[in-house]
Write a protein of this length. Structure first.
Lengths: 213, 473
């Protein structure tokens, strides 16, 4: 079908061959303080029914050890990174914690059927829209934040950006795009029946954000 | 039946469907107010519209270069790129990919371009199971209906109709009209499919040339599942969707979601740049992109009509259209309804096929006012009207130009021109029309179906003015 390629490109080139300059980068600035960024982030997240908790840096493990059993979330999936290792070692005995260590082909059914909650780190957050930035990798694969019915995300308070544009700019995304980059701004939802909002259609039914620090 | 009669019949049918009309009215007014709430600061709105327009115009001006750049970058990233001039070619490319991989089942994220190519039909005929996974698309696939709105495809159905559909196809799940419960039912039905499907299909909202990245905007997570769970991901998009830089994305994303559904951002923004790399444990091992022309390169030839291709498919023009809100999407009989459909579809399919859509516009201007990329939709509709009757000669590459030109209408306007450009004729005509007003016909075809026939006044304005003492100058 490379003939199609030539035909399309030739046709597109038939037209006047004018060239335009790229528009300037759109980089609105709010000048929010750390506190303002955090409040805005929490407000946006809660508006779409996400749960947000602010914890002191090391408290997330004890929070999970207390909350997960209470919420009947026993089958826990974590990554193979430092965070995952740590929780594996310190998780309370009533939880069945496993790391995402096998290729998906070897345990897809189990992931879809048996896991109650996936816990991931994040690369940061966006205050303006209440979004988490995730760059899944070898240690924290893509389906962790998608297939389990509950997703718990750890967010460092210091990694909040005002806007998406700012995050792309300051983290220099364009020179190092990963296989998959994600913005996650709440639990899965739909309004396809009578424009009535309903949560938990295909992705996680619940999103819990733990802001650390 | 000619296209105008067929359109009239569809309009008639739509106007008699009280339930669907009620659904459209409620939904559209909801979407309009949600959009308005997202733009409290008019200055910011106008600024970001300018920015979005500039980005999209820049893409179209440099389209061939950007497409080549996109291809180079995607190939470098390990994504396979295919080019299709027609819908048929695109379908065949996708079928061959699936056949080679021995893929039998397919889950789809929402894709309007695949509606345009009627891909489902093509693949199903060749023995491949195709399942729509967006809730709205899933509903209308069960009902064997086309989408009635590009963002909310099943909006013509109310909850009872959806409940009956679900019950008919999945009686084991029980009957409910509760929207939350129906949503969970759909989750349950589709989960298994996501787990087992051999391949996933998606559309593309933006394709970034600089980094070779395919961007998808969604709320449900079905787009992420379709592009992550199966071992093959095939994305299909129109050639106009490319943008140059990653930094072009934030303003486009922001104005897209705010204009479409009045959300500051959707639940998921999914950026895909590669298939699964060594060491990664999930994600598809093969990613394909099908770039479809389907007359877009022809539309781009005309300096004015080119603006059609700036569209980012938010649907705001549809939500604000007083004609759409009365008719709904099915009356248009095309894949894309509303103002953008009225502009795009006759250019894609030919004025001789569907040019009559351009008559379904009151020139109120609402669509042009809300368009996030400032497409002058009313102006383009007017232009297509002119093209459809050959009112002015142009080089535009549209099929069926002049196909709606009618001899009676043409002669009528010729006579009008003669009378109105000659003082003596005009005076004579006024005298005749006022003195013999009793012979004006009581019914003038379609015009008087819903209106009373106009009758000339007893005296013309200039006569009355003269009586009042005004003098001719």
């Amino acid at each position: 079908m490379s003939k199609s390629r030539e035909n399309i490109l030739n046709y597109l080139r038939k037209q006047r061959s004018s060239v335009s300059e790229s528009p300037d980068v759109y980089l609105p600035v709010h000048n929010w303080s750390q506190q303002e960024k955090t409040s805005r982030f929490i407000e946006c997240m809660q508006a779409v029914r996400s749960e947000v908790h602010q914890l002191k840096d090391g408290d997330w493990i004890s929070w999970l050890n207390k909350e997960l059993p209470e919420r009947n979330l026993h089958n826990v999936l974590v990554g193979q990174n430092e965070t995952g290792e740590k929780f594996c070692q310190q998780a309370t005995s009533s939880l069945k914690v496993q790391q995402y260590e096998k290729h998906i082909e070897l345990w897809k059914h189990e992931l879809f059927q048996k896991i109650d909650v996936g816990i991931t780190t994040t690369r940061g957050g966006i205050a303006e829209t209440g979004s988490l930035i995730l760059w899944p990798d070898n240690d924290e694969p893509r389906l962790m934040s998608l297939v389990p019915p509950v997703h718990i995300a750890l967010l460092e308070a210091g990694h909040l950006y005002e806007t998406f544009a700012q995050a792309i700019h300051e983290q220099n995304w364009s020179s190092q795009m990963p296989t998959n980059a994600l913005l996650i701004s709440g639990p899965s939802k739909t309004a396809d029946i009578e424009q009535t909002l309903a949560y938990g259609i295909h992705g996680p039914k619940q999103l819990i954000v733990l802001i650390l620090g | 039946m000619n296209q105008t009669e067929a359109f009239s019949q569809r309009i008639d049918k739509a106007l008699h469907n009280e339930q669907a009309r009620k659904n459209f009215r409620t939904t559209m007014s909801g979407l309009m107010s949600k959009r308005a709430e997202q733009f409290p600061d008019n200055e910011e709105l106008q600024q970001i519209r300018d920015q979005a327009r500039a980005i999209r115009s820049h893409s179209l001006t440099n389209l061939p270069d950007l497409l080549e750049k996109l291809e180079r970058q995607l190939v470098k990233n390990g994504i396979q790129v295919h080019w299709a001039e027609t819908a048929e070619q695109a379908n065949e490319i996708i079928y061959q990919i699936l056949k080679t991989a021995k893929a039998k089942s397919l889950v789809k994220g929402k894709s309007m371009v695949s509606e345009e190519t009627e891909m489902n039909h093509y693949l199903e005929k060749r023995g491949i199971e195709v399942l729509e996974s967006d809730l709205g698309e899933f509903i209308i696939q069960l009902a064997h209906e086309p989408p009635s709105h590009i963002v909310a495809p099943a909006i013509h159905k109310n909850r009872q109709e959806v409940a009956e559909l679900f019950h008919k196809f999945f009686p084991e799940l029980g009957y409910t009209e509760d929207i939350d419960k129906m949503t969970l039912m759909a989750r349950q039905i589709l989960r298994e499919k996501f787990e087992k499907a051999d391949a996933g299909i998606s559309g593309v909202n933006f394709a970034v040339a600089e980094t070779g990245t395919l961007c998808l905007v969604e709320n449900e997570g079905n787009g992420r599942l379709s592009t992550t769970s199966p071992n093959i991901h095939i994305a299909i998009t129109g050639i106009e969707k490319v943008v140059e830089k990653l930094s072009d994305i934030p303003p486009l994303l922001s104005i897209l979601t705010r204009s479409a559904t009045g959300q500051p951002v959707t639940t998921y923004f999914n950026m895909i740049s590669r298939p699964r790399q060594s060491g990664e444990k999930d994600g598809p091992q093969a990613v394909h992109l099908v770039l479809l022309d389907n007359r877009r390169s022809r539309i781009r030839m005309d300096e004015e009509l080119l603006d059609t291709l700036r569209c980012i498919r938010c649907g705001a023009c549809i939500n604000h259209c007083p004609v759409y809100v009365q008719l709904g999407g099915h009356a248009y009989g095309t894949v894309y309804p509303g103002p953008i459909g009225t502009v795009l579809e006759p250019q894609r399919m030919g004025l001789d096929k569907i040019g009559t859509l351009t008559s379904a516009c009151s020139m109120c201007g609402a669509c042009g006012e809300v368009c996030p990329v400032r497409i002058p939709l009313p102006k383009l509709i007017n232009r297509l009207r002119a093209e459809s009757v050959n009112a002015e000669r142009s080089d535009a590459q549209i099929q069926g130009k002049g196909s709606l030109r009618k001899l009676t209408e043409m002669n009528g306007w010729k006579i009008w021109k003669i009378i109105y450009s000659n003082a003596l004729f005009y005076k004579g005509f006024c005298w005749f029309a006022t003195r013999f007003r009793f012979i004006t016909p009581p019914g003038i075809s379609a015009w008087t179906n819903y209106r009373t026939a106009p009758k000339p006044a007893a005296r013309s304005l200039s006569e009355l003015a003269r009586q009042e003492g005004f003098e001719d100058e």
